[in-house]
Design a protein around this ligand. Structure first.
Ligand code: NAG
Ligand code: NAG
Ligand code: NAG
Ligand code: NAG
Ligand code: NAG
Length: 290
């Protein structure tokens, strides 16, 4: 966000945040609502590779990890296929092997794990035409970089439950340089994409991954609840514009115990600002950053 733009330290950040064991008591920013979580609502995030019955590799769907071939169709075909199983047998997992996997945006599904090998690198396509334009966020009402819509995020999920995005510290590379350039020159037609956006979802884990060179924000959970974020490294050049780390948005935190959290807290402040402009949406009701 703008708060971060001129802060060199925050743009190169490592987010290894402390364990939060206690239930968080959540309060709406404007104090009108008060919402507490109950024990029964806590989700156990054990569904890493061990627990998903249906597994597939990106290569089963024609994926080519040469850094040049587009894997957009392979990702979407794999996820569409695995999504058919729903929660049956514990859901499904898509494995991304070592390699450089050039791709456009793809959509996640429920009861699903995306797992990146430590030598797997997702390379976000730099071809602007490959990025679908979607509506602005309801609580923002307009794009951030330009009026109107916004480019969909590289990894996008909406109306989902039980999703794990993880790996052995595999990498998601936004290849953001052309976007930053356009931003500086005022040439953006729509708001830049994020690397990972989760909307209207619950029971989400984002862990053990490295995000680099995002066109804009990195991880953007919004209108969602029960989210665990841990073991995430986020890197971008000091001068890259708006490459915030984690922006929990439309967020109503009362208590949260985070260390090394300058970025997250700035984002929280900013999210609050934006969300106050318009009618309140369903808040992020529970989040753990580790
Ligand atoms: C992903 O979901 C968004 C929003 O529902 C939609 O606009 C977009 O077309 C979907 N992308 C694909 C590849 O299906
Ligand atoms: C997703 O959830 C939101 C909020 O509940 C709802 O307005 C929207 O229609 C849902 N979208 C889909 C595709 O189900
Ligand atoms: C993950 O990779 C990043 C980038 O190479 C590195 O900075 C970080 O220390 C790694 N994290 C772990 C837990 O190995
Ligand atoms: C992260 O990786 C470490 C080391 O491989 C593993 O012990 C841990 O369970 C992983 N955590 C998550 C949440 O994926
Ligand atoms: C936050 O967590 C850290 C590490 O677990 C702990 O040392 C500290 O006392 C906690 N702070 C608060 C205010 O709960």
């Amino acid at each position: 966000m703008n708060l971060l733009k001129n802060h060199p330290i925050l743009n190169v950040m490592k987010v290894f945040l402390v364990v939060i064991l206690s239930l968080l008591s959540i309060q709406n920013v404007n104090g009108r609502k008060h919402h507490k979580h109950h024990h029964g609502q806590i989700f156990e995030y054990s569904a890493i590779s061990c627990c998903r019955t249906h597994t597939a590799s990106l290569t089963d769907f024609g994926g080519v990890g040469d850094g040049v071939t587009s894997n957009t169709k392979a990702f979407q075909a794999a996820i569409d296929h695995l999504g058919q199983f729903g929660s049956y047998g514990g859901g499904s997992l898509l494995y991304v092997p070592p390699g450089k996997w050039l791709t456009g945006s793809f959509n996640l599904t429920s009861y699903f794990t995306l797992f990146l090998h430590q030598d797997a690198v997702l390379l976000a396509t730099q071809d602007e035409n490959e990025w679908a334009v979607i509506d602005p966020l309801p609580s923002y009402g307009r794009g951030r970089d330009a009026d109107g819509g916004r480019y969909i995020s590289l990894i996008f999920g909406t109306n989902l439950t039980d999703v794990v995005i993880t790996g052995n510290n595999g990498t998601i590379d936004g290849q953001g340089a052309p976007w930053w350039d356009k931003f500086h020159k005022g040439e953006l037609k729509y708001t830049r994409p994020y690397l990972l956006e989760i909307m209207y979802s619950t029971n989400i884990q984002i862990s053990n991954l490295t995000f680099i060179n995002s066109p804009s924000w990195n991880v953007h959970p919004i209108y969602s609840s029960n989210i665990i974020i841990q073991g995430i490294t986020i890197l971008a050049p000091v001068r890259s514009p708006n490459t915030d780390g984690i922006n929990p948005d439309v967020c109503m935190f009362d208590k949260i115990n985070i260390s090394n959290s300058g970025t997250v807290l700035s984002c929280l402040a900013s999210g609050k600002e934006e969300s106050l402009k318009v009618q309140p949406m369903e808040p992020l009701s529970y989040i753990i950053l580790q």
